[in-house]
Design a protein around this ligand. Structure first.
Ligand code: ATP
Length: 306
């Protein structure tokens, strides 16, 4: 009995680890809730990114036919531009990024990249062209170096290090005794949300995609971490067409265009100053966020004086 128990125990551990790895990968790509019917067309060709122009043309989408989520969304991101998508919770912002990645397909309208409808290209080539920095990064239970190299397996140690430097996470890694070989996860180093996001940024820098989707964390970060992440994002977005689901004021201020999405429609669009001058929904959101940020700053100041 004992003889049998040993291998069974091993099999149990092995099975758990394999299962965990599969879950990790699914979580990382956000495909746990993906509909299984997304298939490449028989004549699907690889996407060719010549300059990185993204066009949403009257895109309509629902998860459930009873409840339309995107009701004719149109916008264009010119090569290298940063487009910020803002709006209330549930407006459909993350849905736009899921459609870009083709985890779902629109029921009407078109999404094109350099003139190619993303429904006509292979999913592998589409996903290879897009770097995604999600709001909540799931890291593998492996070393921190592995987690960065995941962006490009053949990267050299120097390239991994350079990406970590750009993502403002190298300093942190250097201070850990085992450095890049430190284990992360349940039995290893526990990283904060901001640190995990910088690991994801480093991974994306290594991948070097022409198109980026950034989903900013909604949770309040301390101002130092926020600044570090902003800086890392600014560097990774340079020269790439970027869609940001934006929650931070500093991101929207610098965007080439801000889209204010509400109940699945873009109800305001323009640059920060234009939208402030409009005095509409965006201006209202901006003022509320600014007041909240000022109140937070006053609280921190008061605590410091005590
Ligand atoms: P937040 O700022 O809170 O992240 P959001 O604007 O990104 O919100 P989405 O995540 O795009 O909103 O969701 C839009 C709507 O679609 C929400 O009402 C949500 O409940 C619904 N929804 C999202 N995913 C699914 C799904 N897999 N199945 C059914 N409904 C969904």
């Amino acid at each position: 009995m004992l003889q049998l128990a040993q291998p069974l125990n091993f099999m149990g551990t092995f099975y758990r680890e394999v299962r965990q790895a599969i879950i990790d990968i699914e979580m990382m790509f956000g495909i746990l809730s993906r509909s299984p019917e997304i298939k490449d067309k028989p004549d699907a060709k690889p996407l060719v990114v010549s300059e990185g122009r993204i066009v949403f043309d009257d895109v309509q989408f629902h998860y459930d036919p009873e409840r339309p989520i995107l009701k004719g969304v149109s916008f264009e991101a010119a090569p290298g531009q940063t487009i910020a998508i803002v709006g209330p919770s549930g407006a459909g912002k993350s849905t736009i990024s899921r459609l870009m990645f083709r985890f779902y397909e629109p029921q009407a309208g078109r999404i094109t990249i350099d003139g190619q409808n993303i429904l006509d290209v292979t999913q592998t080539s589409l996903r290879a062209a897009i770097g995604m920095v999600p709001q909540d990064t799931v890291l593998f239970n492996d070393t921190i170096g592995y987690n960065i190299r995941y962006g490009r397996w053949d990267a050299t140690d120097d390239e991994v290090r350079a990406a970590a430097q750009l993502a403002q996470i190298d300093g942190f890694i250097q201070r850990v005794p085992e450095g890049y070989d430190a284990q992360v996860g349940e039995r290893g180093l526990k990283l904060s949300g901001g640190e995990k996001q910088r690991v994801a940024i480093a991974r994306t820098i290594l991948k070097g995609p022409p198109i980026l989707i950034l989903d900013e964390a909604t949770s309040a970060l301390d101002s130092f971490t926020e600044h570090e992440i902003q800086e890392a994002l600014r560097r990774v977005a340079k020269g790439r067409t970027t869609l940001v689901i934006a929650h931070r004021l500093s991101t929207v201020v610098d965007a080439d265009e801000i889209l204010f999405l509400d109940h699945g429609r873009i109800i305001e669009r323009g640059r920060h100053a234009e939208l402030l001058a409009l005095g509409g929904h965006y201006a209202g959101m901006w003022n509320r966020q600014r007041e909240a940020a000022e109140a937070r700053a006053r609280l921190i100041e008061a605590e410091r004086e005590e």
